[in-house]
Design a protein around this ligand. Structure first.
Ligand code: MG
Length: 264
């Protein structure tokens, strides 16, 4: 099931996405969900065309934990070694936006980069998850863009500003819940800017697997329903400019599209 979060006439709801096509092509319908998707829920049977709503980030995370340098070719393109231990950092909740929302170019940077990433959405409260239980704590998968002020990342020892500024974490367009870890671990992932391909990789090229990352993160902290893990980006990261439209597409999930604007 594809689960979206949206607003219509000032009300916010979750809905199951039905039909074929994309956000842009139209033809998709939302069956409004009664209840909260992480627990038991029912479809209401009340349907609205997706073209009539505003998509919101598909989850409201308590935290976004991101992993750096998890694809060897990407580490190499920035002149970095693959770390012995995964590099983990946070993106704040205020960085999260949905598909169709604007990425605001931050004033302190002159080098904004896109990073297409598979996002793992957690479905239940968990800590110290053993490898064989990882499948039980995953709610589904969505597309993410770990938008990065590369110059600030290189200038500043910690990445809180470079990767945590407002609008730096587009997520969406929805969460795909019918996907096994094995399937999610071998998907084509790409980023385009103004329709031109910039990144193309496969999630099978991740150095640390989805299971590895959930085990590693939950050794340290409790994850809550709706929390998100960004799993790293393949090679091909590159600049975004004001006016650009960046799209992250992951096979079997969908396309996350955002425009870059000047911060007003
Ligand atoms: Mg990243």
């Amino acid at each position: 099931m594809r689960i979206a979060r949206f607003s219509i006439d000032g009300n916010v709801a979750f809905g199951a996405v039905e039909g074929e096509g994309t956000v842009e092509s139209g033809g998709l319908v939302l069956d409004i969900i009664k209840g909260i998707p992480y627990t038991d829920f029912e479809l209401s049977g009340t349907k609205v065309p997706l073209s009539k709503v505003r998509l919101l980030p598909p989850v409201l995370p308590n935290k976004v934990v991101a992993i750096g340098r998890n694809y060897a070719e990407h580490a190499a393109e920035l002149g970095n070694e693959v770390p012995d231990v995964p590099v983990a950092f946070f993106k704040p909740t205020t960085s999260v936006i949905g598909s169709g929302d604007a990425i605001e170019y931050p004033s302190f940077s002159n080098e904004l980069h896109h990073e297409a990433e598979l996002a793992v959405v957690i479905g239940r409260m968990c800590r110290e998850v053993p490898r064989e239980r990882v499948k039980d704590v995953i709610f589904g998968y969505t597309c993410a863009n770990d938008v990065t002020a590369r110059d600030a990342q290189q200038r500043e020892k910690q990445w809180a500003r470079a990767k945590g500024f407002d609008t730096s974490c587009p997520l969406g367009p929805w969460v795909e819940t019918d996907m096994s870890i094995a399937a999610a671990s071998d998907l084509a992932i790409q980023a385009t800017v103004n329709g031109e391909q910039r990144q193309l990789g496969r999630t099978s090229d991740m150095i640390r697997s989805i299971e590895d990352l959930v085990v590693h993160i939950t050794e340290a902290m409790t994850l809550l329903p709706g929390d998100v893990i960004l799993t790293g980006t393949p090679a091909g990261v590159g600049p975004l400019n004001v006016g650009d439209e960046v799209a992250v597409t992951i096979e079997g999930i969908g396309t996350l599209t955002n425009k870059v604007i000047k911060r007003g």
